[in-house]
Write a protein that binds this ligand. Sequence first.
Ligand SMILES: *Cc1c(COP(=O)(O)O)cnc(C)c1O
Length: 383
Amino acid sequence: MFSDKDISRFANLETPFYYYDLSLLQNTLKTCADAAKLYNFHVHYAMKANFNPVVLQKIKTTGFGADCVSGGEVSKALESGFNKSQIVFAGVGKSDKEINLALDEDIFCFNVESVQELEVINELAAKKGKKAKVAIRINPNVDAHTHHNITTGLDENKFGVNSWDLPQCAETLKASANLEFIGIHFHIGSQITNLDVYKNLCVRVNEFGLWFEERGFTVKVLNVGGGLGIDYHHPDQQVPDFGNYFKIFSDFLEIRIGQEVHFELGRALVGQSASLISRVLYVKNGKKKNFVVLDAGMTELMRPALYQAYHKIENLSRGKQVALKYDIVGPICESTDCFGKEVEQPETFRGDLYAIRSAGAYGEVMASKYNLRDEIKSVYSED
Ligand SMILES: *Cc1c(COP(=O)(O)O)cnc(C)c1O
């Protein structure tokens, strides 16, 4: 929700830009931290959702760790002041260079996604005379009931070690002097709104935990990943229900004494805290369709083009009274450069301000230079 003051401020700024509501962000982070504390759960922020420096500082100050998926993110987490004992590194294709970097920095844990990767980490750690802490990312074959492009925990997905490879995994762990097994890791997908999915995940986590224990391993860490969704249709109902989410894990995981439960939340922490603010360049009234052409496009927010994602779109200049249906498009030379089709809006004019809501996660981070676009700017509520 934007105040009149916000809107008159936007009117004086060059568009497009991401607008961050920092008090909402703060409120979301605190709600999550408080809910996690109730169960003594550990939260790592999935940095790939948004690595805007102002956002990262707020998250670090909240005390969350960092979940990284590249060497670049590991470096960024360290530069941003995250504690190395709270940095985890996942990813299906870690290069030798990235592994070496993480070994040099003594990060908390590698979330390992294949037997071959275990062998490589062991070899590289041996060269440095180090012992690398590893958790096995297991593909639990649990359907996340989300968009197929953001599902990661099914047999057909590239992520994690499949159950039939676990015996070989266990053997490799036992034979690797430079690896220290600390636990098991899962991440089954993103934008999960059906919380029953997590109950199914818990059942699988319990089974796999037991599987390792029966083979003589101590499973110190159960890392259940992230994926908690946000309500894109109601951006003003802003803070996700972290309490209910954590309660499911408390109720359904068989947590051993001394065992830690780790989470890797991305979208749920940052998604509602930003909007993409744009100006209308042109209005084209056609025979079959009316188009609103914005000065922001898929180069600033790729989610609609990439996976037909829905974002609520609001005309900030004309009130709430809808009058016409428009296709809201960007200026990029691609037909998929469309934020919404047949969207009901007030009658729109050149120069109107538009907000594309819930753009705090997988928005700014995915901005591209395609069409040699200007770098996207950020504006903050406390400026
Ligand atoms: C992307 C990712 C996350 C975070 O996903 P969200 O849906 O943003 O919560 C967590 N863990 C891993 C390994 C990831 O790749």
